[in-house]
Design a protein around this ligand. Structure first.
Ligand code: GTP
Ligand code: MG
Length: 596
């Protein structure tokens, strides 16, 4: 049985392919001369990739025919610390014998004994790839292109036995980790940031390649000399991912993957991956997944090929999904489903927001560059404010309003007993693509509806000034440029950078500025007070004596305000509380002492 895409293949060719099952291969040879000649000829005639799987005794297990971009590989039983006992020889109708990213990942994922690729052409050449162990990790190893005769006389059994011994000795053998080479035509600054982004994805960066070029190359984004240089760096550093600083087209990704033989991703894919890992609320997760799908759909030709054989790794996983079937129709269905679910969730959020609004809970959002310390600050402020057990319950109650959907928002109490919400946002980065801003409307929406922003700046970083400007321009873009803002110069425990003076100058007279350390607690009480003073006052403290005949009023105080003290007296209930200003008229009759 011939597997794969046999549509439109003539019967004569299928019959010839069928004869391959009868041909024995010597154990030491990648494939017998006869099999090699046959697939070379038939692959040339059909212009399709042909792949033959052979077991260790030299018996053919499977013959597969595909298009140039897809050949399904046999399902193999992969055992730990052992190779699978299967070798695969296949053709590359495009003439390039080098192992593609697909080939390498097939080799690793299926623990193949050997994978051989033959580049078709007048003088066909072959590359052999083996799985070996390097510094305790599985690693792929490929030969230089050889002519067919040299390749067929290569004693692969010797190599396989050797590699398998290494594997058995190996202390801890794991899948090879991803390691990246970064490429950009922009400034080193931008690449430094890309390195940070990669780090946020637990992707170590082994090397950086910079190219000064005005206009990106259509086919490869960078010039052909650079492609070679990237290839060399990959080999030298044994890296297996290339990350481009700018957006690539599907064609560029495909071309680069073909040439370099490793996975190629771009900045946007990386940012989306980080967002996917960071998204906390159900809505944000869906938004990111949607953005990932859409971004991928437009670049299917490129990423699709890699993903058809492998799963896992950056750029191939949506949040909560291990394997995505890449097929335009499927994606489109998924996009529709997600959109529907999102609409539902947005509805629920609306209700929750209304709830909060009628309760007049004021909203504060923490914004700032990635790594500025927003999340640390939010947690620290939450800790401080929930120390007071009187307000703790109220905070908890308010928290429950949205905790189920969105863990980025917490309720906290100010010193004047006002309950407010504090929302953490995803860190901003440079070159945030526009469709991502769209995808992040769910997080940024909170910013738009906020009464006050706290712009957190890593004041110990020499990049702080540039980062602050980037954040400002994104805020401007979402129409929040004029919002009340407190500038929090964070990480002062690490010492201030020389750029802090410039930052002060930038905001002087415009915003309040405060130095804090979210980590060691410096000035945190102070920033809470600053928040308290800056937030427009909408509540007043009252003292009332509510007659027992008017107990209805008590429930309204409890529901819409914050009770500070309560006492049952002879002539009614004495209550000290914070209530929304617009409710004041209801309590006028019962005021005692007078309100502040
Ligand atoms: N020394 C020092 N480190 C801090 C301080 N605040 C935060 N950090 C550290 O800075 C790093 C980033 O902090 P996060 O709170 O995750 O930063 P973030 O702004 O939420 O980052 P994103 O979520 O990526 O946008 C962490 O390693 C924190 O421990 C501080 O006041 N002093
Ligand atoms: Mg954070």
């Amino acid at each position: 049985m011939i597997s794969g895409n046999i549509d439109g293949i003539r019967k004569r060719i299928l019959d010839e392919l069928e004869t391959i099952f009868e041909i024995k291969t010597p154990k030491y040879q990648i494939a017998s001369q006869e099999i090699t000649d046959l697939i070379l000829r038939l692959s040339g005639e059909t212009e399709r990739e042909i792949s033959v799987a052979i077991d260790r005794r030299g018996k053919v297990q499977e013959v597969t025919i595909g298009d140039s971009s897809s050949v399904s590989l046999p399902l193999l039983d992969v055992k730990e610390r052992k190779l699978s006992g299967t070798r695969i020889i296949h053709t590359h109708p495009n003439g390039n014998p080098r192992l593609s990213a697909l080939d390498v990942s097939a080799l690793v994922k299926m623990k193949l004994d050997c994978i051989a690729a033959i580049g078709l052409g007048e003088e066909p050449t072959m590359v052999l790839g083996f799985l070996t162990v390097d510094e305790g990790r599985l690693a792929a190893q490929a030969t230089q292109p050889m002519d067919i005769q040299s390749a067929l006389s290569f004693d692969i059994l010797d190599r396989i036995t050797f590699n398998e011994t290494l594997m058995k000795q190996g202390e801890s053998i794991s899948e090879p980790e991803e390691r990246a080479v970064l490429v950009g035509i922009d400034t080193e600054d931008s690449l430094e940031e890309l390195r940070e982004l990669a780090k946020a994805c637990n992707l170590p960066v082994a090397d950086i390649v910079i190219q000064n070029r005005e206009r990106p190359d259509n086919a490869f984004f960078v010039g052909s000399g650079k492609v070679r240089e990237i290839g060399e760096r990959l080999q030298l550093t044994r890296s297996n991912v290339v990350i481009f600083d700018d957006e690539l087209t599907g064609t560029q990704i495909r071309n680069l993957e073909e040439q370099l033989g490793v996975k190629v991703i771009d900045r946007t894919t990386l940012i989306l991956e980080i967002f996917a890992r960071r998204a906390r609320s159900r809505e944000a997760k869906l938004q990111v997944e949607l953005a990932q799908l859409k971004y991928r759909m437009n670049r299917l030709i490129g990423l699709g090929t890699v993903m058809s054989r492998t799963g896992g790794g950056i750029g191939t996983k949506g949040p909560g999904e291990t394997k995505l079937e890449i097929d335009r129709r499927r994606i489109r269905e998924k996009v529709t489903d997600l959109t529907r679910e999102l609409t539902k969730i947005t509805g629920v959020r609306e209700v929750q927001r209304e709830n909060r609004e009628t309760n007049e809970i004021q909203k504060v959002s923490l914004v700032g560059y990635t790594n500025a310390g927003k999340s640390t600050l939010r947690n620290a402020l939450y800790e401080i404010s929930s120390k007071d057990s009187v307000v703790k319950e109220k905070v908890f109650e308010a928290d429950m309003l949205f905790a189920t959907l969105d863990t980025t928002t917490r309720a906290i109490a100010l010193r004047d007993k006002r309950i407010i919400t504090l929302t953490d946002t995803v860190g901003f980065v440079r070159k945030l693509p526009h469709d991502i801003i769209e995808a992040f409307k769910s997080t940024l929406e909170e910013v738009v509806f906020s009464d006050l922003l706290v712009h957190v700046i890593d004041a110990s970083s020499d990049d702080a000034y540039k980062q602050a400007i980037t954040v400002d321009s994104v805020l401007e873009e979402i129409g929040c440029g004029d919002k009340d803002t407190i500038i929090a110069l964070n990480k002062v425990d690490k010492g201030l950078s020389f750029v802090v003076d410039d930052i002060r100058e930038l905001y002087e007279g415009k915003h309040k500025i405060i130095e804090i350390s979210a980590k060691n607690g410096k000035n945190l009480e102070l920033i809470l007070d600053m928040i308290m003073e800056t937030l427009p006052r909408t509540h007043s403290a009252i003292e009332v004596l509510v007659p027992y005949s008017e107990q209805k009023l008590l429930s309204s105080i409890r529901a819409r305000g914050t009770v500070i003290a309560e006492e049952y007296r002879e002539d009614g209930t004495y209550v000290k509380a914070e209530v929304p200003d617009r409710d004041l008229y209801m309590y006028e009759k019962f005021l005692i002492g007078g309100n502040e």
